[in-house]
Write a protein that binds this ligand. Structure first.
Ligand code: ZN
Ligand code: ZN
Length: 308
């Protein structure tokens, strides 16, 4: 079972997570032939060199923007490590970083604790996000399972919605019965679902909406994907989080294939709000994929050749 630990897991969607969604929105459609092959034996190499370069494939623009974002975060956050004992200075630091730096103050050797925290965080930006997280999502076996594999297909926002949908549904917790709930409120029963009957309730690893501390019943968007799974999107800080196991079991991952799909769909629509392609209306908070505040300050940009 997934355990969400408020002490160690990020309390909010991190700025980098919003930025990377905006990067993929701006980067446009990603074609099947741009995706990486499914080789797993070469994961180790992926850390040392650029897998798109090695594969002779065009690196999707969204990936390049995301690398630019990771570089930018390193530069942006550098000053906080110098002022870790100044509470005022930390007030505009990302919540999780501020939390960790406060913990460093009470460590036996605060300076060393800050150094190792910085090392950990920069490794996240240099390696874990771009090399491990994004490279595994941008594979044929991952994002490729949601899009057309025809060589000429461009997988634009509209084509993506022919194979995938965002369905408005009332999601119930374990204490309610879908049938009687739908009957009492005259709702179409196919749009009233028990959280355990969605894909997040069927694998050991998925996180149920209720496990995020989310109050049910609630109207939510349920992503119904070409790969056959159905995962609700849960409102979390001022965006949405997919409840699939990919992210639920590894808080350092900032993007799953479903969220990548959502970003590409929204990029084509130039909107921060996911469309309801079927089912019931849901409140705007259940459709808001990216923080409008983040969207207003983030400008996607290409990375420099030299990492900071
Ligand atoms: Zn769980
Ligand atoms: Zn997902």
């Amino acid at each position: 079972m997934h355990d969400y630990n408020v002490e160690t897991d990020p309390p909010a969607i991190e700025p980098v997570e919003h930025s990377i969604r905006l990067d993929f929105m701006a980067g446009g459609p990603i074609r099947y032939d741009q995706l990486l092959l499914n080789s797993t034996s070469r994961e180790r190499d992926a850390v040392d060199s650029d897998p798109w370069h090695r594969a002779g494939r065009a690196k999707p623009l969204g990936v390049q923007y995301a690398e630019g974002t990771c570089q930018h975060r390193i530069v942006e956050e550098a000053p906080y490590y110098e002022v870790y004992d100044d509470e005022d200075a930390l007030s505009d630091a990302p919540a999780f970083l501020a939390h960790r730096l406060r913990q460093c103050r009470s460590a036996d050797a605060p300076e060393a604790a800050v150094r190792s925290e910085r090392d950990r965080r920069e490794t996240w930006y240099r390696t874990l996000i771009p090399k491990l997280n994004l490279c595994s999502v941008l594979k044929r076996s991952s994002y490729g399972s949601l899009i057309d594999d025809g060589p000429a297909k461009t997988a634009d926002g509209q084509t993506l919605l022919e194979h995938n949908g965002f369905v408005g549904a009332v999601v119930l917790g374990s204490d309610s019965d879908p049938e009687s709930f739908a009957q009492e409120r005259s709702l179409p029963p196919q749009y009233v679902v028990h959280e355990r009957d969605l894909s997040c309730g069927q694998s050991e690893a998925g996180a149920l909406p209720s496990e995020y501390g989310f109050d049910l019943p609630a109207p939510l968007l349920v992503g119904e994907y070409a790969s056959g799974s159905r995962y609700p999107l849960v409102p979390w800080s001022d965006g949405l989080v997919c409840t699939c196991p990919f992210k639920a079991d590894a808080p350092w991952r900032v993007l799953c294939k479903h969220e990548l799909l959502a970003a590409i769909v929204l990029g084509a629509r130039e909107s921060l709000f996911l469309p309801v392609t079927d089912g019931l209306d849901v409140p705007y908070r259940a459709r808001r994929f990216v923080s409008p505040a983040m969207a207003s300050v983030h400008t996607p940009g290409l990375p420099s050749d030299e990492w900071p």
